[in-house]
Design a protein around this ligand. Structure first.
Ligand code: HEC
Length: 399
């Protein structure tokens, strides 16, 4: 009996570094998310504090200075890895830019770019894998928990800001909005407001909040989705800040992210596979093997399977290469193969999917072109005949 205890203790000691690491990982996620949250506030609020080198709001300006210092302190608590040094320098530079009272646009760009670098360096998962719900889903929850301060239609009130100003809300990505509702990341709300929200409720509320400023607007033209395919799928839909985009994409993204359930139909399946593979790789690199496996299989089922037979018809060799690449990656993720190998497999698979996409496209294009040309020909023929007929009748009537 006594030996049993000794064995148990030995096993525990052998396991403890693993346990420690497992406990540290969420702590790092939290530190990174908090730093990202502060950088996002600098990006959004600095422009209201300074204009043309002049102070508009001293209190708000000092808050941005503090945010930059705090963000740096948080990053310094994260594990050191190649790239952290330049991130530190970047945040220090941001602090100096605020000190020099540089323009709102410069500071916003810098802060957003640093938040993106931070996310890449620490494998932050900034997007869910599943399609986000309609804005109406979290509306009852919003009315119950948020409306008293932010207004029933997001118009704001004495105790909270409004969400109707598109130029302000467009500064936040959906992820930034989601982050403000996480009590371990942001303390603006009391625990009684957002303390008990689940991850999914926070994402749903982020959509509800993002939807107020585009209420009643018409959906963007379909060709915009073709021009910006990454914005109609995850992670693009969740992590992109509209303000950093060209005007047409900016307006479109504001609408798309307020109607994620409708956007799904615009997303080409292979683009969905690509987005999910990006998310799976981030999970794998951050040590979340189960999450990576789940997203990999989703990418296979929802992105690739619907098009497999089409790819097979166009290029059988590519299809069988793809098939074995999916299998290899699946077993690598299941057995926990080294990161470098798995990263290479992900890259190969994404490249193959990209070439599968081009194999599918040209034929479709050619089809359209052929029908387009045929239609033009028929129209020209009909027009020509009508003209000819008209002229003939004129001539005949003159005679
Ligand atoms: C007791 C009042 C109150 C309640 C209830 C409340 N908020 Fe807030 N909220 C605030 C205040 C105050 C701010 C911060 C203003 C600032 O510091 O800029 C804020 C900020 C925000 C922001 C950041 C937006 C910005 O422009 O800075 C979001 C998003 C938000 N709240 C969403 C919600 C949601 C969703 C709920 C419901 C779960 C909610 N809030 C409930 C008072 C409240």
């Amino acid at each position: 009996m006594r030996y049993k205890w000794i064995w148990l203790c030995l096993c525990f000691l052998a396991l403890s570094p693993e346990i420690l690491l497992a406990q540290l990982a969420p702590e790092n996620d939290r530190l990174a998310a908090r730093a990202s949250n502060l950088l996002s506030y600098i990006a959004v609020d600095y422009g209201d504090a300074v204009d043309g080198g002049k102070l508009l709001d001293t209190g708000l300006y000092q808050l941005q200075q503090q945010h930059a210092i705090q963000a740096l302190q948080l990053v310094l608590q994260l594990p050191d890895r190649p790239g952290r040094n330049s991130l530190e320098k970047g945040i220090t530079e941001l602090g100096k830019a605020i000190e020099r009272r540089e323009s709102g646009k410069t500071v916003r760009r810098r802060a957003n770019e640093l938040a993106d670098r931070l996310a890449a360096l620490y494998q932050m998962q900034r997007s869910p894998a599943h399609t986000l719900p309609a804005a109406s889903l979290a509306m009852p929850l919003y009315q119950e928990r948020c409306a008293s301060c932010h207004g029933g239609q997001g118009e704001g009130g004495v105790s909270g800001p409004g969400f109707l100003e598109a130029s302000r809300i467009g500064n936040f990505s959906l992820y930034d909005l989601y982050n403000t509702l996480d009590p371990t990341v942001d303390e603006i709300h009391g625990l009684d407001i957002d303390g008990s929200l689940t991850v999914w409720q926070r994402w749903a509320l982020a959509v509800t909040v993002a939807a107020f400023s585009v209420q009643g607007q018409l959906p963007p033209a379909a060709d915009i989705a073709e021009r910006y395919p990454a914005l109609v799928g995850l992670p693009g839909l969740a992590v992109t800040r509209p303000v950093e985009l060209p005007a047409d994409a900016q307006k479109a993204l504001m609408w798309w992210r307020a109607h994620p359930h409708l956007v799904r139909a615009l997303e080409p399946p292979l683009a969905r596979a690509d987005g999910l593979l990006q998310l799976a790789l981030t999970d794998y690199r951050s040590g979340d093997k189960a999450g990576a496996y789940h997203k990999l299989m989703l990418a296979y089922r929802e992105g690739y399977l619907p098009l497999r037979s089409q790819i097979e018809v166009r290029d059988q060799v590519l299809m069988s290469q793809l098939q074995s690449r999916w299998q290899l990656l699946r077993s690598q993720v299941l057995t926990g193969a080294p990161n470098t190998k798995v990263i290479a497999s992900f890259q190969d698979l994404r490249a193959m999917l990209a070439s599968a996409q081009t194999r599918i496209e040209p034929a479709v294009d050619r089809g359209y072109k052929f029908f387009g040309a045929l239609l033009l020909f028929i129209v020209a023929l009909v027009l020509g005949l009508t003209l000819w007929w008209g002229l003939r009748r004129k001539k005949l009537s003159k005679l």
